[in-house]
Design a protein around this ligand. Structure first.
Ligand code: PLP
Length: 448
């Protein structure tokens, strides 16, 4: 009866849109033409009016094993009936310990310690704070400068926003963190348009870190944070050799390297993490999204043994890191994550982007001759199609493609600016890839 009451309320939602101030949304426009999803299973959403929509973006880059997975549903249901909440400040419960060990086992050496958060934004702010406190613990407390990159997206906390490099996410919010600087971004359509996989040109852009070292001195720099592949700014790929060079420059100057793998983690580009796919090991990895298959909010920061151990040198009775969230290691999130890892392992989903990546690449590049297409980028199970902006109305062409896909083609995609981004659930097969690009091609063709 309780379930029925909530269902009745959900049915009335289309007439009750006013109070919810939606995130990253043109609220007034949305509330005139809403797009509401009611349920989901495997590769599809069902809308409130009963249409089946193919999910081309794994929700929001997070449902890597697809939707409605039985094992996760059962694990979370069992957990909430057993232990709904337990504190993890000077207390504990079994699951986060077990989960951290399971995560450490799939992480690259030597990133064998895990700090839990509730989101990508919190993971980023956590990693930045650990970097600062790490240097201080080692007697290098003057290393306070944080380096991000243009076009970077690291969530919306003050730390992540400050190291981020997307102008609309920054310009409204004042001066932000002091002492932050940015590397140049690596998008270079003039040299790399229609590259298949990693672009050939641009490894030398990593030398931009040397420029910042010359400007600020390495002794003031705590850490560099980059997305191995950036998603939010419209899928920007690392040129061949770029990440390796960045690692070398960080090592030379004692600067920590943080990979923000909130979208690339948990199989998106093949292997568990992009760090493994690229063969470059950072000092910390920030994750969220795919950790629980998007089912319960959770993030995890992977920390190297050396960083972790630097915090364990003080008196044993003193708290080693004055940081944490009420919900760090929340029982429901841990249960969801454990079931998610089992699902990934059982279905070998970390291999999927490697197995089907060539077909994905062929299929997306078949769209290159469509009207307005100025670049196509792909890596792992990520794809981007960049459209020429309309005169004076940047972003509107891609947004029209997005709404046409959703309303007329039963396909969910995502756009930022004039880039169409794709990141499907890793459970897809070749027929889904055919449907995604077939429907998207129609939508692009039909959009002026
Ligand atoms: N970092 C990266 C690379 C992301 O792509 C995102 C979200 O898209 C975040 C951080 C922020 O994650 P959240 O929205 O869970 O705070």
């Amino acid at each position: 009866a309780l379930g029925d009451a909530y269902e009745a309320q959900a049915r009335s939602a289309p007439e009750r849109l006013d109070a919810f101030w939606m995130p990253f949304t043109a609220n007034r426009q949305f509330k005139q033409h809403s797009r509401l999803l009611a349920s989901a299973r495997d590769m599809h959403y069902t809308t409130v009016d009963g249409r089946q929509v193919l999910d081309g973006v794994a929700g929001l880059w997070c449902c890597n094993a697809g939707h409605g997975r039985t094992r996760i549903i059962e694990a979370v249901s069992r957990q909430i009936a057993t232990l709904d909440f337990a504190p993890t400040f000077q207390m504990g419960h079994p699951l986060p310990f077990v989960l951290a060990e399971r995560l450490a086992a799939i992480a690259p050496d030597p990133l064998k310690h895990v700090f839990f958060t509730n989101s990508g934004s919190e993971s980023v702010d956590t990693a930045l704070k650990i970097a600062l406190a790490y240097h201080r613990a080692r007697g290098e407390g003057q290393r306070t400068r944080l380096i991000g990159r243009e076009k970077g997206y690291h969530g919306v906390g003050f730390g992540g926003m400050s190291v981020g490099g997307m102008v609309n996410n920054r310009k409204f919010f004042g001066p932000m963190l002091p002492g932050v600087d940015h590397l140049r971004h690596t998008l270079d359509i003039s040299r790399n348009a229609f590259s298949r996989g990693l672009p050939k040109h641009g490894a030398e852009l990593a030398d931009d870190l040397e420029r910042l070292v010359q400007l600020h001195d390495a002794s003031t720099i705590a850490a560099v944070i980059v997305e191995p592949v950036s998603g939010s700014a419209g899928v920007v790929l690392p040129p061949e050799g770029y990440l390796k060079r960045l690692r070398e420059i960080c090592d030379k100057h004692g600067i920590l390297l943080i990979f923000d793998e909130v979208i690339t983690g948990y199989g998106r580009v093949g292997n568990a993490f992009a760090a493994q796919r690229f063969g470059v090991t950072p000092d910390m990895i920030t994750t969220a999204k795919g950790l629980t298959n998007g089912s319960v909010p959770m993030g995890a920061v992977f920390v190297s043994n050396a960083i972790h151990d630097a915090f364990m040198q003080g008196p044993e009775g003193v708290i080693d890191l004055f940081h944490g969230y009420t919900y760090s290691g929340h029982p429901l999130a841990c249960a969801a994550a454990l079931a998610t890892l089992d699902t990934y392992a059982e279905e070998k989903l970390f291999d999927k982007a490697l197995d089907i990546g060539a077909f994905w690449e062929e299929s997306i590049h078949a769209l290159r001759d469509l009207p307005h297409v100025i670049d196509i980028r792909n890596f792992g199970l990520i794809g981007a199609i960049e459209l020429a902006p309309r005169e004076g109305k940047p972003g509107s062409r891609a947004f029209d493609v997005f709404t046409k896909c959703f309303h007329d083609k039963d396909l969910l995609i995502r756009t930022t600016g004039d880039v169409v981004a794709l990141s499907p659930p890793l459970i897809l097969d070749k027929s889904h890839i055919g449907q995604i690009f077939g429907r998207l091609a129609e939508a692009i063709r039909e959009t002026a």
